[in-house]
Design a protein around this ligand. Structure first.
Ligand SMILES: Cc1cc2nc3c(=O)[nH]c(=O)nc-3n(C[C@H](O)[C@H](O)[C@H](O)COP(=O)(O)OP(=O)(O)OC[C@H]3O[C@@H](n4cnc5c(N)ncnc54)[C@H](O)[C@@H]3O)c2cc1C
Ligand code: FES
Length: 260
């Protein structure tokens, strides 16, 4: 896999619900190589924003040469707000594909567990998984249930949890996992750190192997600057300390390898 800087063009962009945007980029070079669970670094055209925004791949189409990114605007003055105002036809520099994705090949009876803006990358993962697959999605409320229909089309069973109980199970995605009708053989999680911590505890209690996708503030995105390290349970061969670089070694890790 070769990481490349590609000059991409926005094919379409729309809001899925308040604050959540769905962006399709024409990026044939990156799309030809990308794997589920990987991410890209999006460089904004505003020269005052030098650092890129890391965004996961929600869908990858190598045949159409496109990448779909679903992201949350984190503030009116944030770079993601600038991105949300870009029209179809705008060109953006994008670096990717970056990081290590989920181990989908041959994985059977997997449950993907997403919380909030951790939901989007799991859609590509579901499409890549063979056999029976389940999704548990946690949202703030019914108004924020973006991508629900697409997950229902891709999974054998979908369980929804909302913080306020306005749809599905009241509680977090982990409460949704507890309400599943069967015990999966493996789980893939992506979402807030607290959710991943609770999921790791549940997976350990149940003896279910778990992989988690982590998020950290980043700079280079290619493993060179160490801006994105998280604490690992074992000493790292690269740095000789208990560190993992989220951008290069991850963002996906076996849950037992990282401190959550
Ligand atoms: C591997 C990975 C995958 C991600 N996937 C998604 C996704 O699919 N959808 C989505 O909405 N968000 C995703 N994020 C989070 C997203 O990168 C941040 O929300 C975004 O960078 C915030 O930028 P901003 O311009 O809104 O905020 P600003 O406050 O303007 O950002 C200032 C700087 O801080 C960095 N930064 C701020 N918050 C974060 C954060 N949470 N993580 C990393 N860098 C941050 C920005 O990249 C920028 O360099 C992902 C993060 C990582 C590390
Ligand atoms: S962002 Fe530079 S090492 Fe990860």
């Amino acid at each position: 896999m070769t990481v490349q800087m590609e000059k991409t063009r926005i094919r379409r962009q729309e809001a899925l619900c308040p604050g959540i945007f769905d962006l399709t980029l024409e990026a044939p070079g990156i799309a030809a190589q990308a794997r589920p669970g990987q991410f890209v670094n999006v460089y904004l055209n505003d020269a005052s924003r030098i650092l890129p925004r890391p965004i996961s791949l929600c869908r990858i189409s190598s045949s159409e040469g496109t990448l779909r990114l679903v992201y949350r605007v984190s503030g009116e003055r944030a770079g993601t707000a600038e991105l949300s105002r870009c029209q179809a036809g705008t060109t953006l520099r994008v670096l990717g594909p970056l990081g290590q994705g989920f181990p989908c090949d041959g994985a059977e009876d997997v449950c993907v567990v997403g919380g909030g803006i951790g939901v989007p990358p799991l859609l590509e993962v579901l499409h890549a998984l063979p056999g029976r697959k389940t999704a548990v999605l946690g949202y703030r409320n019914a108004e924020q249930m973006f991508l629900k229909g697409e997950f229902e089309a891709a999974a054998d069973e979908v369980r929804i949890a909302t913080d306020d109980g306005s749809f599905g199970v009241r509680g977090t995605a982990v409460d949704g996992v507890r309400a599943l009708s069967h015990r999966p053989r493996m789980m893939f999680g992506c979402g807030p750190r607290l959710m991943l911590r609770a999921l790791k505890q549940y997976a350990a209690e149940q003896g279910i192997p778990l992989w988690v996708s982590m998020e950290e503030r980043m700079a280079c995105g290619i493993g060179a600057c160490l801006a994105c390290v998280v604490e690992s349970t074992e000493t790292d061969a690269h740095s000789h300390v208990k560190n993992k670089r989220v951008c290069k070694d991850g963002p996906v890790f076996p849950a037992e390898e990282v401190v959550l």
